[in-house]
Design a protein around this ligand. Structure first.
Ligand code: AMP
Ligand code: MG
Length: 518
C-alpha cells in the first residue's frame, strides 16, 4: 500500500517540545507527538469503499495485514509521526480549559486527486490530553460513529468521514448508565477522515492563554490551507474567515434540522472550523417530531442541545469563536455584524428549508404561518418526522390527506377528533397554498423526496447492528451501510427500514436515550 503522504500540518505548526506521553497541560503547541497503543487482536470489520477510493487505496490493499495494522495503530506508516491535537472548549456553556485529543491520534495526511485528507484513529490509546480517561473507545459507540458519519455524507450534509471500523481485541471498562455498574465491553477503533479536524476549541485555547503568537499562526495556517480562496492572511481576511465559518456552521445546522438530526453535544470542542458534523457521540434522529427532544442523558435536565435549540447554540458557539479571534482582529463591529447576520440568515434559510420540505417554491407571505401551524400539529400527537414528510410528497388533495399520513402516528387509535380536525384544517390550507405553485405533481414529489430522506439511521437500527456485532455477526453493519448510501431513493427491497421505531425500542438503552459513555 503506497500512499501519497504529506505532513503539512506538523511541518507548519508548532509541536509540543515534551515527548513524554503523560497527562499534562501543553502550552505554546498545536499538537503533541504520540504513538498509538498496540492492541491485542486487531480485526477490521468494515471498510468504506467510497472513502478508500478517495484516498487512492485499492480494495485488495484494504484486505492486507499492513492496512489492518495501520488502521488499528499497530504499525506506523514509514516516515510518519502520529500526533494528538491540543484544544480547549466550552462544555455545556462553561469554559473547561484544555481538553484536546484524549483518544484521537492523527496518523498522517494523504494527498489524492488534489485533495488533502487527515487520517485519524479514534480509540487508539492515551495521549497527553486523556485527562482521567483511558484513550479507548467501545464497539457500540464506534459502530455509531462509523455508520452515521458515512450516512451523513450520503445525505449530502457536511461531515467528517470514516474509513474503517475495527475491533482492537482488548476489553474496555465502561459504566454505560453512570450508575455504578461498570462492565467490560469490546474495544474498537474507527479511522476517521477529514480535510481538517480543527475545532473552535483549537483557537479558543490560545486566546484563553493569551498566546496571540500561536493563535495567529494557527489562523494563518487555516486560511492558507482551508480558506485560501479568501487570499493571504490579513486582519480583513481574519474577519472574512470568521464570516465564512459562521455561514458554514449555519448551513450545516439547517441541514441537521431538515433531516431531524440532533448532535447531542454541541460543545465548542465539537464544532469543526470547516463547518463539518464532527464527533458522533450521543446523537439521535427525531422519530416523533419534538422540538424539545435531546438524545443525550447527560443533558436531560437543561436540554441545552435539544433539537430546536441547535441553531441558537451554533450562534452561541460562534460568539465564543469571535471572542477567541478578537485579539488578532481588535474590532468588535465587524464580528457583531457577522453574528447578527447569522440570525437574519437563519430565519431566511430555515423558512426556505421548510418550504422545500413542503414542495413550496413561489413566495407567499403566509408561508411562515403555514409552517408554524404544521410544526404545532406535528407535536399534537407523536408523529414520526421522517415518515410524515415522505408520505406528504404524495399529497394531492385535503380530503384524502389524513389517510395518506396516518401511518406516521405512533398511536393512531387514540388520535382525538380535535387533533384530526386540526389536521384537516391544515391540509385544506396546504391544498390552497399548493394551488399557486406552477410545478406538476410529479415534479413536486421528486423535489420533496430530494430533501426528505426515506432512510435515516434511527438509534434502534444502530442498536440492532451493535447487538449483532457483540455476538460476532457484522452483517447488519454492512446492510445498514449499504442502505444509507441512498437515503433519498426508493429501495423496495429495504422497505422494512422505512418504518416507525418499534415499541420494544422506546425505552431501551441505546435506542431512545444515550449517555456520553463511549
Ligand atoms: P466529547 O464530549 O466526547 O467530545 O469529549 C470531550 C473530551 O473528552 C475530549 O477532549 C475527548 O478527547 C475526551 N475523551 C472522551 N472520551 C475519552 C476517553 N475514553 N479517553 C480519553 N479522553 C476522552
Ligand atoms: Mg469531542
Amino acid at each position: 500500500m503506497k500512499l501519497n503522504i504529506k505532513n503539512i500540518f506538523t511541518s507548519e505548526l508548532p509541536a509540543d517540545t515534551i515527548l513524554e506521553n503523560s497527562r499534562r497541560q501543553v502550552s505554546e503547541a498545536v499538537y503533541s507527538f504520540v504513538k498509538p497503543k498496540k492492541t491485542k487482536k486487531p480485526k477490521v470489520i468494515h471498510v468504506s469503499q467510497e472513502m478508500t477510493q478517495e484516498l487512492g487505496i485499492s480494495e485488495d490493499e484494504t484486505k492486507s495485514e499492513f492496512f489492518k495494522n495501520i488502521v488499528t495503530g499497530n504499525e506506523i506508516y514509514p516516515n510518519t509521526k502520529p500526533y494528538a491535537m491540543c484544544y480547549g472548549g466550552h462544555q455545556f456553556g462553561n469554559w473547561s480549559g484544555q481538553l484536546g485529543d484524549g483518544r484521537a491520534i492523527n496518523l498522517f495526511e494523504i494527498e489524492h486527486n488534489s485533495k488533502n485528507w487527515k487520517v485519524q484513529l479514534k480509540g487508539a490509546g492515551e495521549t497527553p490530553y486523556s485527562r482521567t480517561a483511558d484513550g479507548l473507545a467501545v464497539l457500540r459507540s464506534s459502530i455509531r460513529e462509523y455508520l452515521c458519519s458515512e450516512a451523513m455524507f450520503h445525505l449530502g450534509i457536511p461531515t467528517t468521514r470514516a474509513l474503517s471500523l475495527s475491533l482492537s481485541g482488548d476489553d474496555v471498562l465502561r459504566d454505560v448508565l453512570y450508575n455504578g455498574n461498570p462492565a467490560y465491553e469490546k474495544g474498537a477503533i474507527v479511522s476517521r477522515i477529514s480535510p481538517s479536524f480543527l475545532r473552535f476549541g483549537n483557537f479558543e485555547i490560545f486566546a484563553a492563554r493569551k498566546d496571540l503568537k500561536n493563535l495567529k499562526k494557527l489562523v494563518d495556517y487555516t486560511i492558507n490551507h482551508h480558506f485560501s480562496h479568501l487570499g493571504n492572511p490579513s486582519k480583513e481576511n481574519y474577519i472574512n474567515f470568521f464570516k465564512e465559518v459562521s455561514e458554514r456552521t449555519l448551513k450545516m445546522i439547517i441541514d441537521w434540522q431538515r433531516v431531524g438530526f440532533v448532535h447531542g453535544v454541541m460543545n465548542t470542542d465539537n464544532m469543526s472550523i470547516l463547518g463539518l458534523t464532527i464527533d458522533y457521540g450521543p446523537y439521535g434522529w427525531l422519530e416523533g417530531f419534538d422540538f424539545g427532544w435531546t438524545p443525550n442523558t447527560t443533558d436531560r435536565q437543561n436540554k441545552r442541545y435539544r433539537y430546536a435549540n441547535q441553531p441558537n447554540i451554533g450562534l452561541w458557539n460562534l460568539y465564543q469563536l469571535a471572542n477567541a479571534l478578537y485579539p488578532i482582529i481588535e474590532e468588535v463591529e465587524p464580528l457583531e455584524a457577522i453574528l447578527n447576520q447569522y440570525k437574519i440568515d437563519f430565519e431566511k434559510q430555515s423558512l426556505q428549508m421548510m418550504k422545500t420540505k413542503l414542495g413550496l417554491f413561489v413566495a407567499d407571505e403566509d408561508d411562515i404561518k403555514l409552517i408554524q401551524e404544521l410544526e404545532d400539529n406535528l407535536q399534537l400527537a407523536e408523529t414520526d418526522m421522517t415518515l410524515f414528510f415522505r408520505y406528504l410528497s404524495n399529497f394531492s388533495e385535503a380530503s384524502t390527506a389524513f389517510k395518506l399520513i396516518e401511518n406516521a402516528f405512533y398511536d393512531l387509535e387514540n388520535i382525538s377528533k380535535d387533533v384530526k380536525k386540526r389536521w384537516d384544517i391544515w391540509f385544506h390550507k396546504y391544498e390552497n397554498r399548493l394551488s399557486i405553485e406552477r410545478v406538476s405533481f410529479e415534479e413536486k414529489k421528486q423535489k420533496m423526496n430530494d430533501v426528505n430522506p426515506k432512510y435515516v439511521l434511527r438509534n434502534y437500527m444502530s442498536q440492532m447492528a451493535i447487538d449483532e456485532a457483540d455476538k460476532g455477526n457484522y452483517d447488519l453493519i454492512d446492510e445498514l451501510y449499504q442502505l444509507l448510501k441512498k437515503p433519498y431513493s426508493e429501495q423496495p427491497e429495504n422497505e422494512k427500514w422505512f418504518a416507525k421505531r418499534p415499541e420494544w425500542a422506546r425505552n431501551k438503552v441505546g435506542c431512545s436515550m444515550l449517555s456520553c459513555s463511549s
